[in-house]
Design a protein around this ligand. Structure first.
Ligand code: ADP
Ligand code: MG
Ligand code: MG
Length: 940
């Protein structure tokens, strides 16, 4: 950016303003720039009751910019400013830091407008304008990127600020903050270096807190800071405000790609390409003295969802002081006594914001000499528990409709509600070690570690950990992600640890003041008691109690209700979840089934709301201790007669399992898959057998047993495959051992007949796995139909049944038109389909997935979230071709992806009839299916 003197001469008419005031808000996705005739608009003004943007423009303005624009338009007291759009960030990266000239012009024009509104000028020697330069992406990433306050200060303007306010302490306090933030964020000098200087001055002057330093002290700090900058960068601190501004802007863009921001995006699936906006805003000052303050808050309690005003503030402070845990902030209700007028206004404004946005708001404010300013508003991050409470409360208060409420809950929140808590009896037995602020509910138990890196390392070794820190910083994100719980000694309910912990749904306690955390020696002491790394701690994130013990946890309230241990009416949260999911059921198009192999799993799934089993894996029934020997005999048989004998022994067992599953589904359809895995999975490992044989040989053991083992080893070696996943499995087993398909069909149909005789509706769907060619399917279908007819005849009942296939081999998807001539339903086995489409072994992808993600070859694990382009295309093709042959073809999906909200959206759009998720993910799937039907992705 060039100096302003040369700028003023530029013809203003060149600056495009496609969005005339009062015009309808621009659509959230603007046309690509190349399609627009005029110069692109990069900068959006807000101020004096009018903004260029509004709430719908989060893509361009980021969440913060859109919120500031919306509040400005609503006539709220927002300091004026302008937003450089996220497009600029992308240009910054594409052109390696070179920004278009038209942007400079736009910035200058908007700056002039801002100066007019503020009645002050950037760098003016008598009446200087100070601004903040704030990051802000579409999705909030708390504390991950950078913001700089008080920009525009230099040796001259600081004097002007002092003269104008007659407050030298304030002027130099603002200055030391600016030099520190600029030095850290823009010039890359570590925070600690500044803090070290600050501490030295505080010690020298026996000041306890930053507010104890007077003007002289702060001048001293500024002097030392500037010397530090000179020493570290070899240059003096930049004095020219326009230079400061462009350097700060670029640093904000760079902060988009700092390691912690990238890690954050990886964890929360935020795309890397969306970029951050930059907001330049007139400063207001919470640090002018005792009539000023800064604070943050929520319109409702974000941990419990309770409808109570919630937040914290600090008198005579600025910016991040509240969140950073430098001084302990005061609860917001105390603001009422200190600054009653500002407090009343804040309540009125935030209540209005909540009604306007129809959602809980998380806001930031500053009070300058009793005058309130709003600095940010956004949807408040909340725990899963709070999300459900708030959504149902807002409906009860008639602030939102049930349909709108469905969009207020991230489906993943529901999994948090199923997480275990402590057994109250066990918990009571242990004395309280310490108490802190209950930042995020949930029971956490694990071994103490003191750094984020250790948390990751220990977790990788399979140890549950509690991450204990004095306070967390954004760089700790990876450790927080893996820890069972987060415990800090300082900080308030809105500190970093609290905000991030809540968002992750991770039990968290903050500000446990009696903890003396010594991160260097990796110890923690409480009232003289020393706790070492590796010791077990347990804590309850709802009460804030920490205990020195390993306390067993207990199923969540919802599970207790589902299991019949607690009456529904005694659990408020259960009733709320029920209500929410009933609303979801009304709006979703997709049917919800569950993958369940045994009657008790089916029962659980039914209680969670599954209406049908989409995948019952028969082989899981083979692993029972009473069954495995028979299964092994079946495999070891070297002739069909022996095999048939073993298989016949299995029949009653399978029949009783199927009977149980049918009963548990109360008449909803049940899809049963015939045997699928390679047979060696049912036999002992080759190496183990060799060891056993060697032992028997050395000890002259039982000859009979030895013979048996040798025979077994022989068979194991015969069955050995180089590529078992592509080997003798699935339909290939049924083709080579038809007696297995026969037995399984008989067991299924006999069980169904029995249920039908008892007067219950039953709909078995027999599913042949791994079909790639219609002739494979025809071979098996012929067996199924023949045996089914015989069995029903023998039983004297007729039950309706379907025969279909899993689509999980790419050829099966491509040949779907042919296969649908024979198959009455398809169920997409997206695990195998992903494995075979990519050629990634799902058991080995862990070795390289991380590198793939780091290099941006893959954004997400394709086994967790469907690859909608490649694998999804096969699904699309199979749906199309299958339905063309057989219009009433029933279509479902039973891979792991059916519990993943993003994938569920895809399955809804592609027109499947149902998804089949694991029982615990059924509530998630119900809600996600409703959101898919409403075409809104929640959790973005
Ligand atoms: P973050 O996204 O990390 O919250 P912000 O851009 O919101 O970063 O800035 C952090 C804090 O800085 C705000 O909460 C506010 O207290 C302070 N701040 C930002 N801009 C201004 C301003 N124009 N005037 C006064 N304080 C500001
Ligand atoms: Mg903020
Ligand atoms: Mg499979």
């Amino acid at each position: 950016m060039s100096k302003k003197s040369t700028r003023t001469k530029k013809p203003q008419s060149r600056i495009p303003n496609p969005q005339s005031r009062g015009a309808k808000p621009q659509s959230p996705t603007p046309k690509p720039r190349s399609q627009r005739s005029k110069l692109p608009k990069y900068v959006y003004f807000f101020g004096d009751g009018k903004a260029d943007g509004d709430r719908t423009m989060r893509d361009q303005l980021g969440g913060k910019g859109a919120g500031l624009a919306e509040m400005t338009n609503a006539g709220l007291p927002v300091p004026p400013g302008f937003t450089m759009s996220t497009a600029v960030c992308n240009i910054y990266y594409e052109r390696k830091g070179k920004l278009p000239a038209s942007l400079d012009d736009e910035i200058t024009a908007n700056l002039r407008k801002l100066e007019k509104s503020a009645e002050a000028r950037l760098g003016d020697p008598t009446n200087p304008l100070l601004v903040s330069v704030r990051s802000g992406a579409k999705f909030s990433m708390p504390g991950m990127m950078d913001t700089i306050l008080n920009l525009g200060l230099n040796d001259r303007t600081v004097q002007a600020l002092k003269r104008r306010t007659s407050n030298g302490r304030f002027a130099f306090d603002s200055c030391r903050r600016f030099v520190q933030m600029f030095g850290n964020v823009v010039l890359d000098i570590p925070k600690e270096a500044f803090e070290h200087e600050f501490e030295r001055v505080k010690n020298k002057r026996s000041a306890k807190s930053d507010t104890d330093l007077d003007e002289d002290g702060l001048r001293d700090v500024v002097r030392r800071y500037k010397a530090l900058v000179q020493e570290r960068t070899g240059r003096p601190f930049p004095q020219d405000p326009m230079t400061q501004l462009s350097m700060a802007r670029d640093a904000v863009f760079r902060s988009w790609n700092n390691p912690r921001a990238r890690e954050y995006r990886r964890i929360y699936d935020i795309p890397d390409h969306i970029g951050t906006a930059v907001n330049v805003q007139m400063m207001v000052f919470g640090n002018t003295g005792s009539r000023s303050a800064t604070g943050v808050g929520f319109t409702r309690n974000p941990a419990t969802g309770a409808n109570e005003f919630y937040g914290e503030f600090l008198v005579n402070a600025q910016g991040e002081d509240v969140v950073a845990g430098i001084r302990t902030p005061q609860p917001i209700r105390e603001l009422k006594a200190v600054m009653p007028k500002a407090y009343r206004q804040l309540r009125a404004i935030t209540t209005r914001l909540e009604r306007h946005y129809k959602d809980v708001q998380d806001f930031e404010f500053t009070i300058e000499d009793d005058r309130l300013f709003m600095l940010q508003t956004r949807s408040g991050k909340r725990t899963g528990y709070a999300a459900v409470v708030i959504a149902t409360d807002l409906v009860a208060e008639k602030l939102v409709t049930p349909k709108e409420a469905l969009l207020l809950v991230d489906p993943e929140a529901l999994t948090q509600l199923l997480a275990p808590g402590f057994d109250p009896a066990e918990w009571r037995k242990v004395p309280v070690l310490a108490k802190g602020l209950p930042a995020s509910p949930g029971a956490a138990c694990g071994q103490v570690v003191f750094t984020a890196d250790d948390a990751v390392q220990w977790t990788n070794q399979g140890k549950p950990v509690i991450l204990v820190r004095k306070e967390t910083v954004p760089d700790d994100i990876h450790g927080m992600h893996v820890a069972q719980g987060i415990l800090t000694a300082t900080g308030g309910m809105t500190s970093h640890a609290a905000v991030v912990g809540r968002q992750m749904g991770k039990p968290s306690i903050v500000g446990a003041g009696s903890l003396q955390v010594d991160e260097k020696s990796r110890t923690l002491s409480v009232d003289g008691r020393v706790i070492k790394e590796g010791d077990y701690l347990s804590f309850d994130g709802l009460s804030g109690e920490v205990k020195l013990a390993r306390v067993a946890s207990k199923p969540s309230e919802i599970l207790q209700v589902v299991n019949g241990e607690l009456a529904p009416k005694r659990s408020d949260i259960y009733q709320r979840v029920e209500r929410l999911l009933k609303w979801a059921d009304k709006h979703r198009r997709l049917g919800i089934r569950a993958n369940a192999d045994l009657p008790d799993q089916a029962e659980l799934a039914y209680k969670f709301g599954a209406r049908g089993i989409g995948l019952c894996r028969t082989e899981h029934m083979f692993f029972g201790a009473d069954r495995l020997p028979i299964v092994q005999r079946m495999i070891l048989a070297d002739n069909a007669a022996d095999r048939r004998k073993a298989v016949t022994e299995l029949l009653p067992m399978q029949r009783s399992d199927f009977y149980g599953v049918f009963k548990a589904m109360h008449g909803s359809p049940v899809t049963i898959r015939t045997i699928d895995p390679p047979l060696h999975e049912f036999l002992p490992k080759r190496e183990e057998l060799m060891v056993e044989i060697a032992k028997l040989e050395v000890t002259n053991g039982d000859q009979n047993l030895l013979d048996q083992k040798r025979k077994l080893l022989n068979r194991v070696e015969q069955l050995h495959e180089f590529n078992p996943m592509l080997g003798h499995r699935g339909v290939r087993l049924g083709i080579t051992f038809p007696e297995i398909t026969e037995m399984q069909t008989r067991a299924i149909i006999e069980a169904a007949c029995q249920v039908a005789k008892e007067g219950q509706k039953v709909v078995p769907e027999i599913m042949i796995p791994l079909v790639g060619h219609v002739k494979e399917f025809r071979d098996q279908k012929e067996i199924v139909d023949r045996v089914a007819a015989d069995t029903m005849k023998a039983q004297g009942v007729r039950v309706p049944y379907l025969v279909g296939t899993m689509i999980e081999v790419p050829r099966g998807a491509l040949a779907a038109g042919d296969i649908a001539r024979e198959a009455e339903f398809f169920s997409f086995g997206t695990n195998d389909l992903t494995q075979m489409t990519f050629g990634f072994s799902r058991d080995d992808i862990g070795k390289f997935l991380r590198a793939y993600q780091e290099k941006k070859i893959l954004e997400r694990d394709p086994f967790a979230s469907l690859d909608t382009e490649g694998v999804g295309d096969l699904v699309r093709i199979a749906v199309e071709r299958g339905r063309r042959t057989r219009p009433d073809l029933k279509l479902g999906v039973c891979g792991e992806h059916s519990g993943d909200p993003a994938s569920i959206h895809f399955f809804d759009k592609v027109g499947l009839d149902y998804v089949s998720a694991s029982p615990y993910r059924v509530p998630v799937a119900r809600l996600a299916a409703a959101q898919a039907a409403l075409s809104v992705r929640v959790g973005d």
